[in-house]
Design a protein around this ligand. Sequence first.
Ligand code: GDP
Ligand code: GDP
Length: 436
Amino acid sequence: MSNIVAIVGRPNVGKSTLFNRLTESRQAIVKEISGVTRDRLYGRGEWNGIEFSVIDTGGYVHGSDDIFEGEIRKQVEIAIQEATVIIFVVDVMTGIVDLDETVVKILRKTKKPIFIVANKVDNTERVGLSSEFYSFGIGDVYDISATNGSGTGDLLDDLVKHFDINDKTVNEKDDLPRFAIVGKPNVGKSSLVNALTGEERNIVTDISGTTRDSIDTRYKAFGFDFMLVDTAGIRKKAKVTEDIEYYSVLRSVRSIEDSDVCIFMIDATEGLQKQDLHIYYIIEKNSKGVVVLVNKWDLVEKDHTTMKQYEEKIREQLAPFNDVPILFTSTITKQRIHKTLETAMEVYENRTRKISTSELNEVMLDIIQATPPPAVKGKYIRIKYVQQLPTHSPAFAFFCNLPQYVGDSYKRFLENRLRERYNFTGIPLKIFFRKK
Ligand code: GDP
Ligand code: GDP
């Protein structure tokens, strides 16, 4: 089950301000790590230890005032399909307007939980203005001020009740690895699914999701036994115009959340583009394993250096998280389709890797002693102890006297040493500094 909240509403009600507030702490971190200018579409939030994805459906509407009603309609419809819960933002300063009614009409069709958020309740005088929104009859009304934060705690308290407490639903020891095939439209996702599952005898069972209209397929072949997440959703072409980035990214989020390892496909004839990178960051932010497929390799004219050059270029573009397998595939000639599965399986193993505390300290404390963190403001930072945390995806805590002074470059240094010593290829690592 995924933890996805979609923010819907007409322009200028405060969706993006709320999006920033729900994702603020994490965005700062992500920005630091990747050096990427973030956009408003996707972020991660956390409340009382429960993590979730936040999608701002307004994120791709620019020049907001002359927005088409049809555009809003499409956005709300897709939000309903993909989200676990929906936040419908309205504005207490304007009260109900026609476009709000347009949104409500669509929201009435869903049984998913809807939170009506009456925004711009900046002061106590404005409390009570929001009661008119109960007339929609689709959910409870929460007074908030996205700019000053008031009311957002109460909203989040109720919101997270609909989410999984664990960061993963699956992943117990005897569970099968869950692979998701993701990428923008036309890279070859459904062709790959067909190549993998084409032989019907290989399909063991189709397990229908009860809360969503997708089908995960258990697959057994070449000695591999695994689940493909949301294969039906990939094969069934979307009705909406898929060339709009918004839709393809949004469609990826749920599959990514539900997976252990993402098979991330790009088109060899186009190279890695901005839209591909958006999807890649969502994989990274969700701490999922990844295998990069440069597909349609059969269409590329090549000599003996082409692949190496191509790979180098992609690694540069993926940096800093570029310790990932990159395979050059063709679903037409079936080149490296078997290798794809084998590699996804290896990445899955890497994700489950646990290093004992004693070994970790033996290895890392020597490295730290040889190259300690630089002193800050005349203060020495002493790292005393390292531990892998009991999380599903590898995370390490370095206990030290002044965690707030450890800089990003030292963090990257430690990550690189861990990657040199242990095979974490395809796995985003989390590194924390804690007070000891
Ligand atoms: P969106 O188009 O729905 O994403 O709306 P924005 O988040 O861009 O906000 C539209 C305008 O409303 C901006 O000028 C915001 O500063 C303002 N705004 C957003 N939230 C609040 C709020 O809680 N109180 C007040 N007074 N203004 C707000
Ligand atoms: P999706 O939108 O990502 O599911 O992409 P499809 O699987 O529908 O593929 C889009 C188009 O690319 C189709 O015309 C496929 O036949 C073609 N295609 C997919 N994989 C390959 C490949 O490896 N080589 C070539 N030449 N064409 C491919």
